[in-house]
Design a protein around this ligand. Sequence first.
Ligand SMILES: NC(=O)c1ccc[n+]([C@@H]2O[C@H](COP(=O)([O-])OP(=O)(O)OC[C@H]3O[C@@H](n4cnc5c(N)ncnc54)[C@H](OP(=O)(O)O)[C@@H]3O)[C@@H](O)[C@H]2O)c1
Length: 299
Amino acid sequence: MSSTQRRIILVTGANKGVGFWIVKKLVEQKSNYEETVVLLGSRNVKRGQDALIKLGSPSNVFLLQLDTSSLESIIRVTNEIQQKYTGQLDVIINNAGISVKELSVDAARQTFATNYYGVKLLNEHLLPFLREHGRIINVSSQIGPMTLYETSKGIQEKYTASTLTFTELDSLVEDFIAAIKTNTLDAAGYSIKSCSPIYGMSKAALNALTQVEMRQWKNMKNLLIVSVTPGFCATDINDNAPDARPVEFGADSILHAVNSPLGELENGAFYRDGEQLPFISKPIPRDQWKNVSKELNQK
Ligand SMILES: NC(=O)c1ccc[n+]([C@@H]2O[C@H](COP(=O)([O-])OP(=O)(O)OC[C@H]3O[C@@H](n4cnc5c(N)ncnc54)[C@H](OP(=O)(O)O)[C@@H]3O)[C@@H](O)[C@H]2O)c1
């Protein structure tokens, strides 16, 4: 790949769902075709190749095998970007994510490996590649703030502290997993009645990570680092819920943060469809999610 001026965008977990639609929309915008190179991340090569074919094998999209839960895979991809793709990036979209329903240490390890530690490690490794005004977009969920709402005041304060460090945040994550192991979630200040405690806490941790990364890195190369939720949209992660909005809308929510003019978004903040959301928010009962989706679709 020769040109250094084309915008280079990496999307993780892009073989299906929101990630696939982000890539599809990026290549469908005619002007983007000549200006943008997309690295389509997929942990499985075959699924990635199938996605490329579904997109019509555009010449500006390249497959990158990347399992974000594996340090070895992150290191391999770092070298690959350095050698094959000029070692430069403009946008990292940390979209890969999982939701495991059961409440167990294994489920927590698996979930946090992708939704939290994977994002953290990938961003650390790729940070040197980001160009001036580069962007990091951590794909989060409103379940994060809703799950944090149901934790003790002490936990809420720790997750949202303006002095929180990488090390302290890792400790908070490990405390949560330890409380699952010892069956002491309630006593430790977490709520097991929240709709998906592990997934929810992984996204609360991701929002906190966005804030820490912003504080540590924003002055380096004028980076923009934000969390963005696609909103409740129908994909495999929710068994294509019939009451969710179409996945294209979710991709638009992420692309808003990719394309927003310089200075429009607040660094470190959390967004959906360009609207800033709080880091702690009162849970919306599951049977009302449909109404939220409907309202958003009408905007
Ligand atoms: N859909 C919603 O309503 C909703 C709402 C809020 C937030 N989100 C977030 O949006 C993001 C995309 O989710 P989605 O709805 O599009 O779900 P999805 O259809 O299940 O897609 C998830 C994608 O992530 C990939 N993935 C999972 N673990 C990975 C890993 N360790 N390494 C690399 N790729 C991995 C999957 O790959 P495989 O095909 O190999 O499994 C798949 O490509 C997630 O972060 C999710 O938490 C979704």
